[in-house]
Design a protein around this ligand. Sequence first.
Ligand SMILES: Nc1ncnc2c1ncn2[C@@H]1O[C@H](COP(=O)(O)OP(=O)(O)OP(=O)(O)O)[C@@H](O)[C@H]1O
Ligand SMILES: [Mg+2]
Length: 403
Amino acid sequence: MGNVLRIAVVDPKDATRDALKSSLLGLDSVWLEAECSRYEFFTDVVAQTHPDIGFIALDSNPEKALELVAELAKASHDCAILVTSSSTDGNLILRSMRAGAKEFLTQPLKPEDVAAALQRVSRQRHGSKPGKAAGCAVIGVTGATGGVGSTSLAVNLGCALASNKEYSVALLDLDLSLGDADVFLDTIPEYTLTDVSQYVSRLDLTLLKRSLTKHDSGLYLLPRPVQLEDARLVTVDDMTRVVGLLKASFTHLIIDTSKSFNELDMFALGESDVVLLVTQLDLPCLRNVVRLLMSFKGNPKLNDKVKVVVNRAGYETGQISVKKAQETIGREIFWQIPNDYRVMVEVRNNGVPLIQQAPKAAITQSIGQLAEAVCGNSEEGQPADSGTKTRSWLNLWPARAGS
Ligand SMILES: Nc1ncnc2c1ncn2[C@@H]1O[C@H](COP(=O)(O)OP(=O)(O)OP(=O)(O)O)[C@@H](O)[C@H]1O
Ligand SMILES: [Mg+2]
């Protein structure tokens, strides 16, 4: 079962036990191994089922529950103990930790807090690479100017990742006025980011997933609002919770930002593990890349995670060379996506992603390999000339040949 966390729960109160179970069941990375309604039976349950995590609700009988924490900490070293209570009493928290609990979660449980606590336990167990364990890899996609191809990349990267059965992938369209990710996927979503933001305090993971539109590639979409004026209703606070919930329920979250670099865009980029900054090889774009990189430099949450992606490489013979572009922006070009006007027009007009419309096309392969480079085992950018599959089309580009 890979990096899935197996959990056993004890809570004598049916109502809170059910709430805890539904929080846990909304998480893809969790397997509910056992549930128990009596503290006195739980040590045996853990001994028989060997869960990764023992979740103990304290409120029914805090004294008895704390004894159980201490007993379990001694008896089952491989089982991380998490406790939950409606009390925020510092003394109770301290006693729980001293007894051997790894995390103390306050009731009512917020799904994103449960997910974050499980993530910390999972990281200790499985290592810290996002998307590998119970974590979510967040990929921000932005562009150096309008029309550079960021939505094309965000949508097709999402579909490429979603084709991996081990991943669950969501795409958030943050271009609140003119976003068109729904058009790329030919979907008419029932709910938008505004709906989800309005109800965010009442949402749980199951409801959230139901509010998203699932494309048949497996990608889940949370689109921009229908009405222009509704864009204003989405606040950074709402976004914090929406992104928290999305991170809690998906292995990968892709955020297609607007090009205004407003408060919401900057929040999304700050939340991202990797930011793909899409550009083309012309002067106005590269000038904006320099400006953006300079502005990101002062932001410790951003600077190191920005990767520059050239789109439509090989588009014109007069394009600025990659070498010149790298000198100008003072940074490596992480990836180059080839120009393919014919395929991209088909993809857009048919509302079908590359992976379904043209699975063998060089542009599809390139985006698939970019997905692997960003989220897979390879941490490296595109091989320059390394005899890999990419070489055939890399060598066709005049920009590279002249570089
Ligand atoms: N690699 C490519 N080869 C050829 N055409 C492309 C390529 N990538 C994108 N396009 C085309 O460029 C146009 C703009 O793409 P897209 O909408 O993805 O850009 P964007 O940066 O999201 O634009 P906006 O600023 O409006 O959000 C589309 O018509 C798309 O089909
Ligand atoms: Mg766009």
